[in-house]
Design a protein around this ligand. Sequence first.
Ligand code: SF4
Length: 216
Amino acid sequence: MRVPTQTAAPLVPPRPSLPKLREAAADCRACDLWRTGTQTVFGEGKSSSQILFIGEQPGDKEDLAGRPFVGPAGALFDRALEEAGIDRNTVYVTNVVKHFKWEPRGKRRIHKKPNAVEITACRPWLEAEIKVVQPRMIVCLGATAAQAVIGPKFRVTTQRGQFVESPLAEFVTATVHPSSILRAPSDEARVLERERFVEDLRKVHDALVARVRRAQ
Ligand code: SF4
């Protein structure tokens, strides 16, 4: 029987690779979320990915599928990436927290924001993913990811699309989480929010293209 640990750090294998990390994270019990989530939903993508996207946590569909960004928000994300000129097969996607946190509402499982203890417990997995992938660009999706990765003072509402200095990657930025676009109060607001999201992703694409041109 596993003894609960304060963070996942002792579980991170030495000389990690993505397959090794995924295997080790499958048994993680470093916080209580393993009790409510169906399974660990580890990040997905190639270790050679130039862009690493970080969301908050897996949603209902992701929890059941065991894969990140496959639910309705994931479908929106895929289409937005395509419109921004970013190939989904060349990015790595993950979450700050790898288990689904939810509360029951009738028969539905409603997303519940992870707390600081859970984010801290899960952080070693994210740090290990960043270390293995070594992305040129990190894009945080939503306030939870932005505040965990960039800092608690970062405000997605006013600073989205801005690139910030970070030891984690050459470019680090944040935008909204695609699920927030789905929750927009009206069709009109949803269309506008979606356009702004694609615009932020275009900035990501353009920054990388400009970087490649400078290096030539
Ligand atoms: S949420 Fe993260 S730290 Fe908590 S049990 Fe799951 S993988 Fe481990």
